[in-house]
Design a protein around this ligand. Structure first.
Ligand code: UT7
Length: 335
């Protein structure tokens, strides 16, 4: 029997039109454009409209990915969404809502929670479903309305995060050259308190006290997370490159999680990456969590930088703590 491999057949993304600039934030909290740019590289981020939900952004990214895949919605046999800002805590899943809005019926759909590592975690799931022969065309979506859990009086977090969505169709192929080469994904719950939204949940069910104490907003140990992110992201890519007998110089597109320019620069420098190898969107979108990696892939796709067959190295880190890296060629058609 011929081998079946999983391949990334298309990419799509969506960024809401409303821009929240550093000068807007200067009016909201005690910060400056200069501080934000110097410490994070972020100039602006996108914020969804009040009536624009995680599923709406996910639908826009998904429709683009399906269209670019050359398939139709009917061909999709699994829908998975990574998000920590679902439409509802905790049912129905955002994947179910997205499926319904797209018109994908009678197909398995579920969410996963892996924070910023969500999209690369989705790749592992799609790969496993496809290579086991259970599914053929998996729609994966990373979508976040992070603004719904950000405290816009907390200067340590509100400057970082933005909203958006990215999606990809992962399909079965018999061509090994198109296959996802390798994925490493891991986690360590001992650092759970580094990035946490304390409520609502079984620990802190919704209550007036929850609102009074702002437990529904994201809390982050920024500096500790920063240091661990640099260390883990660097170690992760060194390992996956070594495991596949590749040098960093052979990677045309290094696509790290877009959390902070200083983290990306430190990892890129540790690997001796040239500037043109490293994909950057953090200046215009901030940290969009599970949407960060697919939005960055879409960025190089739309600007014509990404060509069919070119190798991408994904590297991500987030709440959980979770982290993951992936090596794969882009198997979609380019414009
Ligand atoms: O996506 C998941 C992974 N997430 C991350 O990787 C995020 C990682 N963390 C970061 O990006 C950085 O830690 C931050 C950008 C959040 C903060 O930068 P930092 O260089 O780690 O600053 P710090 O937290 O050590 O704070 C340094 C100073 C403090 O003042 P004092 O105590 O030295 O007087 C902060 O109060 O900077 C102050 N500060 C600010 N000042 C102006 C913190 N936030 C701000 C701000 N504007 N927005």
């Amino acid at each position: 029997m011929a081998s079946v491999y999983a391949s990334m057949r298309s990419i799509g993304a969506y960024a809401p039109s409303r821009i929240l600039s550093n000068s807007d934030l200067e009016k909201m909290v005690d910060t400056t454009d200069e501080w934000i740019v110097k410490r994070t590289g972020i100039k602006e981020r996108r914020i969804a409209a009040n009536d624009e939900y995680t599923s709406d952004m996910g639908v826009k990214a998904a429709l683009q990915a399906i269209e670019r895949s050359g398939l139709s919605a009917n061909d999709i046999d699994l829908v998975i969404c990574a998000t920590v800002t679902p439409d509802y805590f905790n049912m129905p899943s955002t994947a179910c809502i997205i499926s319904d809005k797209i018109g994908i019926n009678d197909v398995q759909a579920f969410d996963i929670s892996a924070a910023c590592s969500g999209f690369v975690y989705l790749l592992t799931i799609a790969k496993a479903f496809i290579e086991s022969g259970m599914k053929k065309n998996v729609l994966i979506i990373g979508a976040e309305k992070f603004s719904s859990i950000v405290d816009y009086t907390d200067r340590g977090t509100c400057i970082l995060f933005g909203d958006g969505a990215g999606a990809a169709v992962i399909s079965a192929t018999s061509d090994k050259n198109e296959a996802i080469i390798d994925i490493h994904a891991s986690a360590d719950g001992a650092y759970a308190d580094f990035l946490v939204t304390p409520a609502p949940g079984s620990v802190n069910p919704a209550s007036q006290e929850m609102l009074d104490n702002k437990l529904n907003f994201v809390q982050m140990k920024g500096n500790e997370t920063f240091k661990l992110a640099v260390k883990t992201l660097t170690k992760d890519v060194i390992e996956i490159l070594k495991h596949n007998n590749l040098q960093a110089s052979e990677i045309p597109h290094f696509i790290p999680h877009q959390a902070n320019y200083r983290i990306i620069k430190a990892v890129g420098d540790a690997l001796n990456m040239k500037e043109e190898q490293v994909v950057l969107t953090v200046h215009k979108y901030g940290n969009t969590s599970a949407a960060s990696i697919p939005m960055a892939i879409n960025d190089i796709y739309e600007s014509g930088r990404l060509k069919t067959g070119e190798l991408m190295l994904l590297d991500t880190f987030g709440g959980g703590l979770t982290w993951a890296s992936a090596l794969l060629p882009f198997a979609g058609k380019v414009k």
